[in-house]
Design a protein around this ligand. Structure first.
Ligand code: RP5
Length: 161
């Protein structure tokens, strides 16, 4: 199994969650993505965490929208770190997803990211940073990514009308 397991409540979450996968890919971290729904496939949710714990998974990234219970329920079934990505919903623009994910009860933790694509990309970045604490090549890739970002800002810092 890959180092990072990316789970999402629906296939429709993939355009958002693929940003996490893409970031991990860029930083040289192996990932695997699957659809697991807290409401539509609750048995699969528990089984996926048992499997993750028996394999090499270090971090779980979970994205869901609306009544976004997936990240919290996954966290309830595992000791692995879980990062939650609120997917932007059509009706409430993802505020529902954000509040559903962020308001965890004391004692069960989910690291909640921003709504949408930025949150998904940052979940991938954060997962790589966790893995980088024990894998030097991943830490180096994160440092290089940050340096590239800085250079890009500096190159475009002179504004003209
Ligand atoms: C949630 O419901 C999913 O995470 C998705 O964001 C939302 C809508 O799912 P679909 O109706 O598109 O399958 O469980």
């Amino acid at each position: 199994m890959a180092s990072v397991l990316i789970l999402m409540g629906s296939q429709s979450d993939w355009p958002t969650m693929r940003n996490a996968a893409s970031m991990l890919e860029d930083l040289g971290v192996s990932w695997e993505a699957r659809v697991v729904s807290a409401h539509r496939t609750p048995d699969l949710l528990e089984a996926s965490m048992r499997e993750a714990e028996q394999g090499d998974v270090r971090v779980v990234i979970a994205g869901a929208g609306g009544a976004a219970h997936l990240p919290g329920m996954l966290a309830a079934f595992t000791h692995l770190p879980v990062f939650g990505v609120p997917v932007q919903s059509r009706t409430l623009k993802g505020l529902d997803s954000l509040l559903s994910i962020v308001q965890m009860p004391k004692g069960v933790a989910v690291g909640t990211l921003a709504i949408g694509e930025a949150g998904a990309a940052n979940a991938g970045l954060l997962a790589a940073q966790v893995i980088g604490t024990t894998e030097a090549s991943v830490a180096d890739a994160v440092k290089q990514f940050r340096a590239q970002q800085r250079d890009k800002v500096m190159q475009n810092s002179n504004l003209e009308l």
